[in-house]
Design a protein around this ligand. Structure first.
Ligand code: TLP
Length: 349
């Protein structure tokens, strides 16, 4: 039985071309700056993002941690969304390891924070307060339905940051999904941020790694911080080689994942007992719920997994399915058929 794994786009496996590139990768000691494959990936990444320099890191979590630690010192404050990945799912790293104070603002369903709330969160110079240093955005916004943030919104946030001498960091784990959804180049987003961390190992299917991009001085300092948190990797060209293939071959196909997500969402909207806001599904992430407690959260997950369809519960009566290159149109059909059966049985009691 083929398992349809919709838990995350992190489950994607390296492609044949990636395995071949890994096999042939020219490597060296990257902590000495001697790995040509890592250097190539970093140069490519910086160019794609329209930034001066780049730094290869082990994960999206490390990308955000190193970036935020580079922007902020102990006791400094970062304004971020209460639903963002850094705040919710990174083990409180910025506070635990950097003494950085998070100021979470409510994320709207489209992944934005209200501009007037950002403005009023910025601290006055007063001994009582931490110093505001940074604003963090996430694009696409994972918890907010995988919504893409529009460049115009990012420009507005950047303007506020500039007026107040703050930096902006973008968790662009899925920035290529955002670019695909809005039909723009990624540079349309990144021109409004001082640093961006994007992931190679989600929709782009590489086995490991993320890249931070920014100004040369920023990346120089980030390199030191990466070493501090144990992220200096030696012959990292082995994994960077797959990252290069990811950038070259995997960004253009993300539209397929978005189409499959739409199909999935439309199917879900027709199943009795389930609820979904179709207008929210714009990328590869589909959130849906259960109406009137028709089936217990754990039971739905269990019944579906027994039938070979995996996805996550993200709260009581709340679920997430993520499409990626391991999911084909037939898998969407199969998922919907099984979901229909399971819900029918549950409703019949
Ligand atoms: N997200 C994972 C889980 O941690 C929730 C997922 O399955 O979606 N930023 C964003 C927006 C992310 O969604 C993730 C991973 C990360 C950063 C962290 O990336 P990794 O897992 O590489 O540390």
């Amino acid at each position: 039985m083929k398992i349809v794994d919709l838990r995350s786009d992190t489950v994607t496996l390296p492609t044949g071309a990636m395995r071949e590139a890994i096999y042939k990768a020219e490597v060296g000691d990257d902590v000495f700056g001697e790995d040509p494959t890592v250097k190539k990936l970093e140069e490519m990444s910086a160019k794609k993002m329209g930034k001066d320099s780049a730094l290869f890191v082990a994960s999206g979590t490390m990308g955000n941690l190193v970036s935020i630690l580079t922007h902020c010192g102990r006791g400094d404050e970062v304004i971020l969304g209460d639903q963002c990945h850094s705040f919710l799912y990174e083990a409180g790293g910025i506070a635990a390891l950097g003494g950085i104070h998070p100021f979470p603002l409510q994320n709207q369903p489209d992944g934005t924070m209200k501009l007037d709330q950002i403005r009023s969160a910025i601290r006055q110079d007063n001994v009582h307060f931490p110093r505001t240093k940074l604003i963090c955005l996430e694009n696409t916004h994972n918890r907010c339905f995988g919504s893409p943030l529009h460049p115009e919104y990012m420009a507005d946030v950047y303007k506020i940051a500039e007026e107040n001498n703050l930096a902006v960091h973008l968790d662009g784990a899925r920035i290529f999904n955002a670019a695909t959804a809005l039909g723009v180049d990624v540079k349309k987003f990144t021109r409004y941020v001082d640093s961006v961390a994007f992931c190679l190992s989600k929709g782009l299917s590489a086995p490991v790694g993320s890249v931070i991009c920014g100004k040369t001085d920023f990346i120089k300092e980030a390199r030191r911080i990466r070493k501090m948190v144990g992220g200096g990797m030696r012959q990292a060209g082995i994994i960077a080689a797959a990252g290069i293939v990811a950038l070259e071959q995997m960004t253009d196909r993300l539209a397929d994942d978005h189409r499959n997500a739409k199909r999935l969402a439309e199917g879900i909207s027709q199943i009795k007992g389930l609820s979904i806001d179709l207008s929210r599904v714009q990328t590869n992430i589909v959130y849906f719920g259960i109406e009137n407690g028709r089936i217990k959260t754990e039971l739905l997950i269990k019944e579906m997994s027994q039938k070979g369809v995996l996805f996550l519960s993200t709260g009581p009566d709340k679920f997430r399915m993520v499409t990626h290159c391991g999911i084909e149109a037939g898998d969407i059909k199969k998922t919907l058929t099984i979901l229909r059966q399971v819900m029918k049985k549950a409703i019949a009691g």
